[in-house]
Design a protein around this ligand. Structure first.
Ligand SMILES: NC(=O)c1ccc[n+]([C@@H]2O[C@H](COP(=O)([O-])OP(=O)(O)OC[C@H]3O[C@@H](n4cnc5c(N)ncnc54)[C@H](OP(=O)(O)O)[C@@H]3O)[C@@H](O)[C@H]2O)c1
Length: 301
């Protein structure tokens, strides 16, 4: 077991906890006695999820924070809100995301799929690193973890397009999504490298085809048609969440970092997702885009 919970109640931040896989992760951790700080976007779904999670046990510790992570200012504000509520984070689950119906540019000038799936989680994670490092300093090596819900869809992206990183010139919903999911794995391997000295591990995972979440409802017609053909291999949100819960709580994932998992087993990610130079460049490009939104980071390089 992850050794972090032994002295204090372990704290998980779970993004996308208002629905689907993230809500299932939150439920499983609450049932294990963890305090869960969920991040969600839609107000009604956040309220319903908070009520459902609090009803799980008599002493459930659940808070929900609302933030649209496609806005970097909101991601930074959510991080401040989390840091004001808790003096530790044992596990950060960057799960929020999905595919859109069309090209949407945010008020900050970013493409919403890239921003919601990668840039916002990048900002949230960077802003929470001081708290994660503080927790790691009083925890066993490997106990503090940063997890990402990626997708096998990352295999459809041949590599980050540095000339059109946000796919705004040649936009397709699927192209933007698969690139953002590739970014999830690249960010994970860069985190693993940078945080090795702190004893913090980072892993990405893919949940499988999940049809009982809201994913399909946010997607465009072509993705909806594709997902409808995948019914025979679909898994439930609760089953998909098992890999994230395993990565959060089991001992084995604490012994390595930078992994990519499916069904609680390591899996080889596609070659472009393992490109260390691309991972380093994505970090720098993301930092530049964050700076454009007025966000500076205090964590050491
Ligand atoms: N379903 C699948 O087959 C599948 C396959 C591979 C990967 N995934 C990935 O799994 C993750 C979870 O998806 P799911 O299937 O559980 O779908 P879901 O039910 O739609 O859950 C997505 C969660 O993320 C939140 N979210 C999305 N965009 C956000 C944003 N910009 N800011 C803040 N929160 C945001 C949603 O909030 P709202 O409640 O406000 O919408 C919701 O809580 C996603 O990263 C998705 O890409 C899913």
């Amino acid at each position: 077991m992850n050794t972090a919970p032994q002295t204090r109640v372990a704290v998980a931040v779970v993004t996308g906890a208002s629905s689907g896989i993230g809500k299932s992760v939150a439920k499983a951790l609450v049932m294990r006695g963890w305090r869960v700080i969920g991040v969600g976007r839609d107000a009604a779904r956040c309220a319903a999820a908070a009520a459902e999670l609090r009803a799980l046990t008599a002493d459930a510790q659940v808070e929900m924070i609302r933030a649209d992570l496609s806005l970097l200012s909101e991601a930074a504000r959510a991080a401040r809100d989390i840091a004001a509520r808790s003096d530790r984070i044992d596990v950060l689950v960057n799960n929020a995301g999905g595919v859109g119906k069309q090209l949407v540019m945010t008020a900050e000038g970013n493409e919403a799929t890239f921003a919601g799936n990668h840039l916002g989680p990048f900002v949230l994670t960077r802003c929470l690193l001081p708290l994660l490092r503080k927790t790691a300093a009083v925890s066993a090596p490997g106990a503090v973890r940063i997890l990402a819900t990626s997708s096998e869809g990352h295999r459809y992206c041949p590599g980050m397009d540095w000339d059109d990183l946000q796919h705004t010139r040649n936009f397709t919903t699927g192209g933007a999504y698969t690139s953002a999911k590739l970014a999830n794995v690249l960010f994970t391997i860069e985190l693993a490298k940078r945080l090795a000295g702190d004893g913090i591990v980072a892993h990405a995972m893919e949940p499988g085809v999940v049809l009982d979440s809201n994913f399909v409802n946010h997607a465009d017609d072509s993705m909806q048609r594709y997902m409808a053909t995948q019914d025979d291999r679909a898994v439930s949100s609760d089953d998909a969440a098992k890999t994230l819960v395993y990565l959060a709580t089991a001992e084995e994932p604490g012994h390595g970092s930078g992994g990519y998992y499916r069904e609680c087993q390591p899996l080889a990610a596609a070659a472009p997702a393992l490109d260390a130079a691309a991972a380093a460049r994505l970090w720098r490009e993301s930092e530049t885009l964050a700076a454009r939104a007025g966000i500076a980071f205090t964590d050491p390089e």
